[in-house]
Design a protein around this ligand. Sequence first.
Ligand code: MLT
Length: 324
Amino acid sequence: MKYPRILTGLLLGAAASLAHAQATWPTKPITLVVPFAAGGPTDVVARTIGASMTKSLGQTVVVENKLGAGGTVATAYAAKAAPDGYTFFIHHNGMATAPALYRKLSFDPMKDFEFVSQAVEVPMTLLARKDFPAGNLQEMVAYIKANKDKINLANAGLGAVSQLCGMMFQRAIGVQVTEVPFQGTAPAMNALLGGQVDVLCDQTTQTVPQIKAGSVKLYGVTTRNRVKVLPTAPTLAEQGLKDFEVVVWHGIYAPKGTPKPIVDKMNAAVRAALKDPDVIKRMDDLGAEIVPDAGNTPDALRVWLKAEIDKWGPVIKAGGKFAD
Ligand code: MLT
């Protein structure tokens, strides 16, 4: 009889310390894993929101860039991290496209994560190096068609939105060029600025400053409507690439099993960050739109991710580009 009593005592003790850990969370720095290179679009969103949450949570939100395989290295890492409320993960459409792009994945986006919140939506821009010999989209397409063996299209690997956008662009114009993968669009942008690659489709959260500085050539935006921050830039669809639309959305996740009270507190912290005037201004300056509050519940993110998996699966399968 002695042992069951000890066991009950141990269980009660463990339950009490778990409840205490949840009630006092966070008591140490929180890691926010980013699946692409520092300085790039995902990193910019993570660091902007992270800085605001650092103020509201009273603990530092540390951004950790885990690179490789179009974001899938970081996703696998985040899926296996301890579900103790000290590791979170930010990712974009890549969370929805990876299952169609990769034959083998060690994670299931729907089953291996808790859903925290959506965050922002970001337009993409079709760019070329500064000295690219084309003044508008029509000339760009003609030049690419005439020189397809020489054109290098940069992206951040299979699973990156730059890759998705580049794939859709090539399909829309009926030409296949050489794709050059980087570990994020920050290094891809450096290569574009240095003239080592010719074309890049990337998010405004990285491209607006380069476009405004005249360091790259802009051929259009990937949204249905023009974007406020680049008012003179036509959409790709209005220039003849019928129905061309890619909008990048970012969501925040936790490893499966992270206690609900912590997920809920993190959700509240993300929502508060999205109302922080500094965050609003920075996102506005970079062309990103904050997702309205109703879209930022854990459940809304879960439903959204499932819909995106269903939407992009057939598009990717038609593109015929897969990896093991
Ligand atoms: C990045 O943060 O580097 C980009 O989001 C990568 C991508 O194109 O998906």
